[in-house]
Write a protein that binds this ligand. Sequence first.
Ligand SMILES: Cc1cc2nc3c(=O)[nH]c(=O)nc-3n(C[C@H](O)[C@H](O)[C@H](O)COP(=O)(O)OP(=O)(O)OC[C@H]3O[C@@H](n4cnc5c(N)ncnc54)[C@H](O)[C@@H]3O)c2cc1C
Length: 479
Amino acid sequence: MNNKNKKLIIVGAGVTGLSAGIHALKKGYDVEIYEKNDFPGGCCTGWVRKGYYIDNCMHWLTGTNQHTKSFKLWKRLGAIDETSNLYQGKYFYKSTYNGDEISLLTDTKKLHEDMIKLSPSDFEEIDKFIKAVDMLIKANKKEGILKSSFNTISGYLNGYLYYHKLSLNELAKKFHHPLLQKLFTDYLPGDYSAFTLLCAYAVFASGNGKVYEKGSKQFALNIANEFTRLGGKIFYNSAVEKIEIQNDNFKYIISNDKKISGDYLIYAADPMHLFTKLISIKYIPNALKKKFEDKTNNKTISSFHVAFLVDKNIPFVQEATCIEVEPIKVGKEEINRLLIKDYPYLYQNKDKKVVQLFIVQNMKDIEYWQELYRNDKEEYKKQKEKTVNELTNAVVNKFPELKNHFEVIDSWTPMTYNNYFNTYHGSYMGFVFKKNGTLRKISPRIKGVKNMFFITYWQTYMGGLPIGARLGEDIVNYL
Ligand SMILES: Cc1cc2nc3c(=O)[nH]c(=O)nc-3n(C[C@H](O)[C@H](O)[C@H](O)COP(=O)(O)OP(=O)(O)OC[C@H]3O[C@@H](n4cnc5c(N)ncnc54)[C@H](O)[C@@H]3O)c2cc1C
């Protein structure tokens, strides 16, 4: 092959970098990945505390239906195949309020019945919502929208035009029943385009968004193993500290005080880290610069998590469930809804199970944790502990049977993602996809540099694992 002996250096062994590496190896490049941590997968990972595995990432994996392009991509990457155990949840998530509950079930006919029973006066919006989701489910079952029937496509477009013009907050206001209002803002932040939630729910309900039962860490390890099986090399504990560009060409990286040269470089980590720490900001593409400078639309989210152990035999919430709590400050802002995640596929043949609290953190919260961390680490720790106590007290108040039966084993903030993976604002999904947003992709080119490219979920909307994996494959065609 004509690429033989051409050396490609990749920065970052996340799913995106690994995907690029696998594709490049197949095209004949010699590939070396430099990774700052001692494990592959980046944000797609998990870790063990007190002997229990805590999963950090996957709640749905787009591409679990075997006929889809994404499934074939996961298979090419060695992540999953037809023999993998994949878990289909009963519902995407459940919302509870004032003794009522409603779940986004895989069975949309039943959901329709449940919603109408709960709030007959909302029948028009309920019908519209279920119809739009059903169209999206059909499209997911038929390998994307292009292979769908005319009716599905026009239904899809009608749904798109209606829901993409609404934020989730605005959609919530169209319903009279308080629980239905909460349902639409319990999982994704209220300023997201309503269409985003519909898409995510439809992926889940179509069976195309199951979860790999062995968890995110093993999922990433599978891909890293495929990369090394094909002859790629991963250098762990090897943060890249500088990238040298001379005469419009990438020359070498500096990692662990060594200069390592290559014919090409693909940077597969956070772009702000690249353009502020590793090369001059003058190389940033204008479109990305504009986005980061746009103070009103430059919004991203991260999260605050608590993981605790609970006796397995105590009946508690199931899967992802949102409950009402007394107001608690998490970061800068108060919350009164709390998402609890208890996934049975993560039970570990032990007496206890790991349950997680997941709280979305918006820009103000993220900046609050960043400031604390940078100015006063002791105070950061204190505030984090205080928040954990308040959150766990709120859970015990709601479920008194948990008293003396749970133990906090870990907690983390947006700073954790920032510290481990260099992600700007601790984000792992890129910019918030707002109503009327466009899906235009930002170029992976580094201004004026011929043999260096960057790939990241900040380049396009919706983020997540399949976007990274796809961008990773696509970028190799640029070399
Ligand atoms: C709590 C949570 C839940 C999620 N849920 C889902 C979900 O259900 N479904 C879904 O599809 N996605 C989900 N995601 C998102 C998904 O994990 C990410 O979008 C995806 O993993 C990003 O992959 P990446 O390789 O592009 O970036 P990253 O994972 O950030 O990888 C970048 C890699 O580069 C390394 N690196 C950074 N700087 C340097 C440097 N200077 N030198 C060397 N190495 C460096 C980092 O250590 C990291 O390993 C979730 C993420 C989180 C955190």
